[in-house]
Design a protein around this ligand. Sequence first.
Ligand SMILES: NC(=O)C1=CN([C@@H]2O[C@H](COP(=O)(O)OP(=O)(O)OC[C@H]3O[C@@H](n4cnc5c(N)ncnc54)[C@H](OP(=O)(O)O)[C@@H]3O)[C@@H](O)[C@H]2O)C=CC1
Ligand SMILES: N[C@@H](CC=O)C(=O)O
Length: 340
Amino acid sequence: MKFYRLCIVGFGNVGQSLLRLLIEKRDELREKYEVEWQVTGVASRRIGWLADPEGLDVAALLRGEWPEQKGQPANVREWLIAARGDVLFELTSLNVETGEPAIEHIRTALELDIHAITANKGTIVHGYHELQSLSRERGKRFLYEATVMAGSPLFSLFQASLPLARLLRFRGLLNSTSNVVLAEIEQGKSFADAIKKAQEIGIAESDPSADVDGWDAAVKVCAIAKVLMEVELPLEAIEVQGIRGLSVDEIQKASLAGRPYKLVAGIERTEGGVKAWVRPEQITPGDPFTTIGPAGLLSHFELDVIPGLTIALHIPNSGTAGPDVTAYDVLADFIRVVQH
Ligand SMILES: NC(=O)C1=CN([C@@H]2O[C@H](COP(=O)(O)OP(=O)(O)OC[C@H]3O[C@@H](n4cnc5c(N)ncnc54)[C@H](OP(=O)(O)O)[C@@H]3O)[C@@H](O)[C@H]2O)C=CC1
Ligand SMILES: N[C@@H](CC=O)C(=O)O
């Protein structure tokens, strides 16, 4: 039996879903992978750096009850050492501009020979090469399946099942929040109430302007360029237009005409590199984008060896399905660590 001490930084929607899923899958992890785990560290701005190498009470954490700890660790390094972590789950809020402090959290974990798993796409855009090479140097994993198309295999699909395939073109729905907001406005809700709906489902970023202004999708396009196309694409080089500029009237009329708006992201290779964009587009009947609900995600890839490959992810427009499927990607990365 292998035993892992787990540390979670960022204990919001995804962090809590992950903990619930780890508990739900505890027996299967033991039976199928001979893995036992304990959460020995939990941290966030409100919680501080909680650590107990003997294991924290996970049921209490999920009830929002944090044990009083005198002399808490002062920073991520002290925290990981105090918790004697084996795996760090980095699940803090997206920082579009710098990817921090998530990059620092992951760098510190790898320097301490701790595997790092993240759902935070800022780390890919701003820290991918550094963190990849550090993870190789230390012989530890840095995994990020949940960062793009959370809930469906994307990076692991390419890595495991599409060797030597060259990605030429991509078009997709990468931001659930914008598409939920558009669908809610089509039903007569105000912009503010539509955002509230996305927040209730747990899919909006901590600052939802990253969603509706197109930056969350842009960061994901950038991650696709970096990881799947091996191309450097600065965020500033992406043509980004969010949904905020659309009026309620435009959104509702487009929907009534059977050509609703969706926030669409795309990238294609050009002679000199790549061209990438995020923008609202009216979709026509028969477009694969019409086949999924508002919170769903869809990616269509054109490869040199496969003319068209589509991944569609269906997410109910209620409950905590968004963070739950994200947590599953994070758990799948944990299993990859266990099999390392
Ligand atoms: N929700 C989803 O469906 C998906 C989310 N993601 C990504 O997963 C990550 C987490 O998302 P989600 O759980 O929804 O976000 P939430 O806003 O629900 O939670 C974010 C958590 O990060 C903590 N946090 C923020 N800044 C810091 C910091 N500087 N130091 C320590 N903790 C910090 C917050 O702490 P506190 O509350 O104490 O301020 C909170 O616990 C994000 O990067 C997001 O982009 C990826 C795919 C899907
Ligand atoms: N805010 C994001 C969450 C996942 O990355 C979205 O709405 O798609």
